[in-house]
Design a protein around this ligand. Structure first.
Ligand code: SF4
Ligand code: SF4
Length: 227
């Protein structure tokens, strides 16, 4: 049985997780996609100490690193912490082991989306997806389209509440009412498609790694946990 703390700010409560809730290939998958060495983490907590949003997270960045290493896939991918991460890079620049924690967080967001762990009505993932959709459409940001797409995916009545501010900004020339396509749109779309192809092939590669790790007689995660 694996033991996991249910909070990060301290062992307020502890739950015993059955062995089958852990994924042995999850650490390898996260390493493959993020390009970061999860196993280099020495659990010093500098990332948590540097994170302005750690107080709002259900699991701090240090704890997320630990949970990834111990294969708590479902708990990590359903965590709100990964969506509270603002990709500010504070943790990345201060990590004494040179781990780009921000890239790990981005990887976890991506895996959560692909695993269908995110409700379409969840605010943070909906915002990320709406942002990418606007970029794909116009090659640059268009705030009214972004806000409308985001509101329609979450709470459509938000649009009405934002109307007065949007109209004020448009009147003052601070926001364009109609979108304007970027000159290099076709190239940007090709780039985004290429990134998606790489991401998909990385996922496939990581799945293969996962199968190999799952079949290994003793997984790396188990060795670390046994220490
Ligand atoms: S700062 Fe780096 S080494 Fe320290 S806990 Fe965070 S990820 Fe691990
Ligand atoms: S990148 Fe994310 S986890 Fe790291 S300090 Fe910023 S908000 Fe916190």
């Amino acid at each position: 049985m694996a033991v996991a703390e249910s909070t990060l700010s301290g062992p307020k409560t502890r739950e015993v997780l059955p062995e089958e809730t852990r994924s042995r290939f999850f650490p390898a998958q996260v390493e493959d996609i993020s390009g970061q060495s999860i196993w280099a983490c020495m659990q010093c907590g500098t990332c948590t100490g540097s994170c302005q949003l750690a107080q709002e997270m259900d699991h701090t960045p240090r704890r997320i690193m630990e949970m990834v290493r111990t294969g708590l896939r479902e708990q990590v991918l359903t965590s709100r912490a990964i969506w509270y991460c603002a990709s500010c890079h504070s943790c990345t620049v201060r990590c004494p082991r040179g781990i780009q924690v921000t890239r790990v967080m981005i990887t976890l967001k991506s895996l959560a989306l692909r695993a269908g762990h995110v409700s379409p009505r969840d605010d943070a993932p909906a915002f990320y997806e709406s942002f990418l959709r606007v970029l794909r459409l116009f090659g640059r940001m268009h705030e009214p389209t972004l806000v409308t797409a985001y509101a329609l995916r979450t709470r459509p009545t938000r649009v009405l509440g934002m109307m007065p501010m949007a109209l004020g900004l448009m009147r003052r020339g601070r926001m364009a009412p109609l979108p304007d396509r970027a000159p290099g749109l076709a190239e940007l779309r090709r780039l985004m498609a290429a990134v998606e192809r790489v991401r998909d092939s990385e996922s496939a590669g990581a799945r293969e790694v996962g199968i190999r790790v799952e079949q290994a007689p003793r997984a790396r995660g188990e060795e670390v946990m046994a220490r």
